[in-house]
Design a protein around this ligand. Structure first.
Ligand code: HEM
Length: 388
């Protein structure tokens, strides 16, 4: 819900200040910094503890392994059992695919139970800040959810919210490198007029930054991370579409990449043009794009995700000149806007990008606001935990 997601804004804003400082200190590692930001927001919102280093954080590592396993099996049509459900009764000894999936389940159960046990321990000691897991525990009776279901529910934001948020921000940087001169000056004019140079943009500024909001919407449209629109849906009633009969219960896969790159809705679709979201345009739904999916399964993290994308785009463009990196002879290095990873989620393959502070004053503001943020983030400092 919009209102609930707003309670997480302080965490997003503080972590975003850490991100800006990371980008200032080692811009060439921008991808790692984006991942740390996204992971830390999700783990803090969910379990009330920060992620300071994605390469060593045990929760990130264990969750990452679980997600890798999930994305290997979550490919529509990969297993014959999807077409012939009776195959699920074949004993695992004769069905290696089943044994593999059951083994994964065991590992996931262990991980999500360990995480919840740790949360309970901290709750009992009075050392757990407000977070989604705490809320679930307090509401467990009224939700009527058994322990394992609760543990899985708490784990779901990690699987769905990290790669999507970080991947979208990486696509934004790719757009800056390729199309920067066409939209960055307009965005920076707006930021300079509304914010000035003495502080970072905040959530409260967003209603006065329509062009920045359009840049964020165009990023989500231009390169949707969930290329297949997320997990397949099913039709709830018989339907006829363009003369084709679709029986109730059919598996429906919405190819989001093709939908967002459809000429008739988005002319010149591979061009990055925030103006599409300023002009009046007919498109079903509330966002003017479908990056968060549809219907009952629409992304429950859409408000949190939009907030992360908008705020960080505003701060990056406020703080940095973003553009192509230079080769040894000082020439711009071109990037391939089609070089994306394969899989359930898709994000840009590594690419070079230059990020230089717009002025010494902008750099000072980042350093100052970062120091203040660290102080406030102490409540969420990672605890030594039992997860191994
Ligand atoms: C830019 C960021 C994000 C994008 C582009 C995105 C996109 C999507 C899409 C396309 C779906 C599939 C929707 C459908 O089936 O119709 C989805 C599902 C989901 N998302 Fe997000 N998401 C983002 C951020 C987040 C965040 C931050 C969270 C958690 C806090 C989250 C949690 C979820 C969950 C739990 C689902 C599964 C819902 C279900 O199947 O019922 N997402 N997301």
């Amino acid at each position: 819900m919009q209102r609930q997601s707003e309670t997480y804004r302080p965490i997003q804003s503080l972590e975003s200040k850490v991100l800006m400082n990371d980008l200032l200190k080692s811009p060439e590692r921008f991808r790692t910094h984006l991942e740390r930001y996204a992971a830390s927001v999700i783990v803090t919102v969910t379990y009330g503890r920060r992620v300071e280093d994605v390469d060593t954080d045990i929760v990130v590592q264990r969750n990452g392994e679980s997600m890798d396993r999930l994305t290997q099996v979550n490919i529509p049509g990969k297993y014959a059992v999807e077409r012939y459900p009776a195959l699920k009764y074949v004993p695992s000894i004769f069905a290696p695919w089943k044994a593999q999936v059951l083994k994964q389940r065991q590992k996931d159960v262990q991980l999500y139970t360990d995480l919840m046990d740790e949360v309970k321990e901290r709750l009992a000691k009075g050392a757990l800040p407000t977070c989604f897991a705490k809320h679930l525990l307090e509401e467990q009776n009224s939700l009527g959810m058994p322990d394992l279901e609760l543990a899985y529910a708490a784990g779901s934001p990690f699987g769905a919210g990290v790669e999507t948020s970080a991947g979208t921000l990486a696509s934004f940087l790719l757009a800056c490198v390729k199309f920067g001169p066409q939209f960055i000056p307009k965005a920076q004019n707006e930021l300079d007029r509304v914010i000035g140079s003495g502080r970072l943009p905040t959530f409260e500024d967003m209603p006065r930054l329509p062009y920045i909001k359009a840049v964020a919407a165009e990023t989500l449209r231009w390169r949707p991370v969930a290329v297949l629109g997320g997990t397949p849906h099913a039709s709830t009633a018989d339907d006829v579409y363009k003369g084709m009969f679709i029986p109730k219960g059919s598996t429906i896969i919405a190819p989001l990449w093709s939908i967002h790159l459809n000429e008739s809705d988005f002319p010149d679709p591979d061009k990055f043009q925030p103006e599409r979201f300023i002009e009046d345009r007919e498109y079903p739904g509330t966002f003017g794009h479908s990056a968060f999916g549809w219907g009952r399964r629409i992304c429950p993290g859409m408000h949190l995700g939009t907030a992360s994308v908008e705020l960080n785009i505003a701060r990056i463009l406020w703080a940095f000149e973003v553009g192509p990196a230079k080769d040894a002879s000082g020439k711009d290095i071109d990037v391939d806007i089609f070089a994306f990873s394969d899989g359930f989620n898709s994000s840009p393959l590594p690419f070079p990008c230059s990020m230089i502070p717009r002025s010494a004053k902008h750099a000072k503001v980042i350093e100052h606001e970062f120091q203040e943020a660290l102080e406030s983030l102490k409540t969420y400092t990672a605890v030594t935990n039992k997860i191994s």
